[in-house]
Structure formats: C-alpha cells, structure tokens
Design a binder for this molecule. Structure first.
Ligand SMILES: CC(C)[C@H](C(=O)O)[C@@H](O)C(=O)O
Ligand code: SF4
Length: 470
C-alpha cells in the first residue's frame, strides 16, 4: 500500500487517536454535522445516559425532510416530525442547530463549508453518504452509518479502515459549456461505478486547479457514486480566498497561522499512490445520463446503446432494464428527447456559482410550456445571495419556480416528487429507478444543460438554444 507523502496520508496521520491493528485506526472527528433522517442516534445516546462528547464541534440542519414549497416553507414546518425531533434533540444536547429560515440553514453538505465549519486539514464525519463533498476543502471527510453515529456523538472519534490511494489526473482545460458535473459524469462513464471501492481519491491536474470551489464540491460530492468513500482536492489559493471571512473560519492572527499550516498540506512532489488514472478533458462534451446507473452516461449528442451489442449477459440485462424503465429505444438520440420536469438543486449543484451558470442560460428566455422547472437553492445563504443578485427574478420571469432550501426533488422524501413516467433533467447525483418518485425517469446533467433543456422543452446542448431576441 502506498500513501507516502500524499495529502491523504498527512490528513490521516494528524487524526489517529489509536492504531487498532489490521489496517484499522480510531480517528478524531473535528466536525460532525447532523442532518434530519439520522434515525435515533440521540435517542440511543439518551437511553444509555450519555452526553454529546463535544457539542461545540457538532452542528445540525434539517435538509432531507423539509418542504421547499415557498408558501408552506414557514419556518415552523408544522407537522414535520423530523424537524420537531431535530429541534428537541439539539436543544437537549446543547448542539447548535441552524434552523429553517436562518443563515446557516440548508443541505448539510452546502452549509458546512459555506459557514467555514469545514477547514483544510480537518476531519469531517456525517451520517450521509455524500460527506465526501467536503474533501474539496482539503479535509478528510467520510459518510458514516447509523452505528457509527452514536459512537461519534459519544466519543468524537470514529473507527476507519485505512483505504488505498488513487490520484485522478484531469488534464487540459474544460471547453465552453462544460463544468465539473460533466467532468465527473464522464469520469464515472469511463471508469465504472465501482472503480473507487476501497480508495481515497485525490483529484489533481490542470482542470481541477482551474475549478472554482463550487466545481470542486461537485466533483468530490460524486466520489461515492463510483465507490470512493473519500474524495480530495489539495487546498490552494482558490480554497483560501473562498474561505476567508466565513463565519466560523479563523480570523486575524489565527487566520495567518492557519494559512501557514494549510500550505503544508498539499502532497509532496514525490508522493506515491496505489493507482493513478489520467484523463484528458479538453474535448469534453456536456454529459447526460440515460439509464438507472451512473455509468450509463453519454455526451449530449450521443445515441442510446443497443443491448444486443453487449457481450456480457449481466450487463446486457441491466442495459435492457434501464431502457425499459426509462422508456427509450436503442439508437435514439438524447438531444431532442422531450422532458416534463427540470430540477436545479441538490448538494451536487445548488451553490451560488451553479445558479449563476443556470441563470446565464435562462436570462431572456422562457421555460417551455410543457415543462415544470424548479430551482432549489442549497442553503438559506445561497438563497439570499442569489436574491441580492436578482437571480431569483431571472428564474421566475422565465417561468421557473424559485423554492426554499432543502434536498427537495433529489430524493423525493419530502413531498417534492416527479410523477410516474415523467422525464426529468436533474442536477443531482443519483439516477436510480424511483429516486425522484415511483416511475420517475431521471437524466442527470449540469446546471447549464438542465437550464437549457427547461427552455427548449427537450434535452439539449446549452449551445443549441436559439439566440435570445435583442
Ligand atoms: C438519507 C441519506 C442517508 C442518503 C445518503 O446517505 O446518501 C441521502 O442523502 C441520499 O442522497 O440518498
Ligand atoms: S441533496 Fe440529495 S444527495 Fe444530497 S444529501 Fe440531500 S438527498 Fe442526499
């Protein structure tokens, strides 16, 4: 196993409380954020007479279950048992809750970096699989299950098996109309959905260095979709500039000291990885998923594959099952496929930069008559900043619904669902059968492509929209 000199190894070594043998270690958890849908972690704590070990390192925000309907999204969310439970638990255990309507409320993977809770060099554990998102800050971040939650709350530590390391070198500059989402969808299409199993992945190379923080979050967010529990980007000036001045980030002399330390984190020039992958992204075309698995992805001008051409019987059956579920035929073009729903949101693509990109496509255009299109900002802060810039007006003038922050239609466990047989372009991260509601047909894509498809009424390359009349 080689991890020597890597960013991952530095982060790991800084947090080992005890070596447990057989490749396992007990790690200190620097930040823990509790979303709703974290089951009965606090109930178990209470039953065993335990306290939260470090309430000052523990934060909470209701995201999965909240209604994002502007009229219903009254801060009380009356009748939502998950919100009521989270409020009662956090009050009892002295944990800071960013409540609905307050700055700091939103999807946990959006708010924790945005509030400066996640810093380079820290460890972050959250009871949600997309915790890998936070690795974009140069933090070691992983999702945990129910059993580990109680352990973290009670001890501020978590047992992890040391993963192997992989570096993904993304060479070249992203072409116009493409973004981090296209990059990661393409990557998963090339490597498959299990290539990351057992690895901590560090994304590097020219294309990654050029990404804004928002793009790095998108990239790391989807690490778990190809099997990697941890995704990382080495912190650099882009990271530090983005972080400076955030509410929980250090300031003054503490900032200077932190910065000097963070600059030591990047991997050494001779760092060794267990696996290296290199992809050139300079000719990337906007990507769209067509099936019910993340590796069923094509450039927008691609055609639906023919299962008959697939030699492997298991793969052939899964291609056919996706074709049937998605209502598609072999050879059909993706470009031009009519859609009824568009969802711009989720912890993958609901940050300010994502909304700016989508708004730039939408400005001066109208949502097609047959389409219901939503924009769901990832946090209350994103919502307020977007409104201060007038982005909400760009969307509502075009006929989009401008919603309140939450997970919303990413997973349809909150009333925000898509009807059976309806076809959607979604900026989220999962396209499993039924993910957006029973029978819903999800195509994952970037905010630019989703916005363009809303206006066209069908899946389209953002550059293929008719010009806006002057
Ligand atoms: C509900 C939660 C446990 C789940 C996850 O861990 O990913 C959700 O966020 C999802 O995206 O499916
Ligand atoms: S936005 Fe979607 S993927 Fe992200 S935490 Fe919520 S449900 Fe999970």
């Amino acid at each position: 196993m080689s991890t020597e000199g890597t960013l991952f190894e530095k982060l790991w070594q800084r947090h080992v409380v005890a070596e447990l043998g057989d490749g396992f270690a007990l790690l200190h958890v620097d930040r823990h954020v509790v979303p709703d849908f974290n089951g009965n972690a606090f109930t178990h704590l209470r039953r065993r007479g335990l306290k939260v070990r470090n309430p000052e390192l523990t934060f909470a925000s209701a995201d999965h279950s909240v209604s994002t309907e502007p009229q219903l999204a009254d801060p009380t969310q009356q009748g939502n048992p998950h919100v009521a439970q989270l409020r009662a638990d956090t009050r009892e255990f002295g944990v800071r809750l960013f409540d609905i309507g307050q700055p700091g409320h939103g999807i946990v993977h959006v708010i924790a970096p945005e509030m400066g809770l996640v810093l380079p060099g820290l460890t972050v554990a959250i009871g949600d699989s997309h915790t890998c998102t936070h690795g974009a800050m140069g933090a070691l971040a992983w999702g945990v299950g129910q059993g580990e939650l109680l352990h973290i709350l009670a001890t501020q530590t978590c047992m992890q098996r040391k993963p192997r390391t992989m570096r993904v070198n993304l060479q070249g500059r992203l072409p116009d109309h493409t973004s981090a989402k296209d990059l990661v969808l393409h990557l998963i299409g090339q490597l498959g959905v299990s290539a990351g199993n057992g690895f901590a992945v560090e994304y590097a190379g020219e294309a990654v260095c050029a990404l804004p923080m928002e793009g790095r979050f998108t990239l790391c967010n989807m690490s778990v979709e190809w099997g990697a529990r941890y995704g990382l980007v080495a912190p650099d000036d882009t990271t530090f500039e983005w972080l400076a001045g955030r509410p929980y980030a250090p300031s003054g002399a503490a900032w200077d000291a932190a910065l000097a330390d963070w600059r030591q984190l990047a991997g050494d020039a001779d760092a060794r990885f267990d696996r290296e992958v290199t992809l050139d992204v300079s000719r990337l075309v906007p990507q769209v998923t067509w099936g019910n698995s993340l590796d069923m992805v094509l450039p927008v001008d691609g055609r639906i594959p023919d299962p008959a051409q697939e030699p492997d019987p298991a793969r052939r059956a899964s291609l056919q099952a996706s074709l049937d579920y998605m209502g598609l035929r072999p050879g059909q073009a993706l470009q031009g496929l009519p859609v009824q729903r568009v969802f711009i949101g989720s912890c993958t693509n609901s940050r300010l930069e994502d909304l700016r990109t989508a708004a730039a496509v939408v400005r001066g255009r109208r949502v097609a008559p047959a389409v219901t299109a939503w924009v769901v900002p990832g946090s209350e802060n994103v919502r307020r900043q977007a409104e201060a810039e007038g982005l909400d007006r760009v969307f509502t003038d075009a006929g989009f619904q401008w919603r309140r922050p939450g997970c919303s239609m990413c997973l349809s466990a909150n009333g925000d669902t898509i009807g059976p047989g309806e076809r959607a372009v979604s900026t989220a991260n999962r396209n499993f059968a039924g993910r957006q509601g029973p029978g819903s047909r999800t195509h994952l894509a970037s905010p630019a492509l989703a916005a363009a498809s809303a206006c066209a009424g069908h899946i389209t390359h953002p550059a293929r929209l008719p010009e806006v009349a002057a």
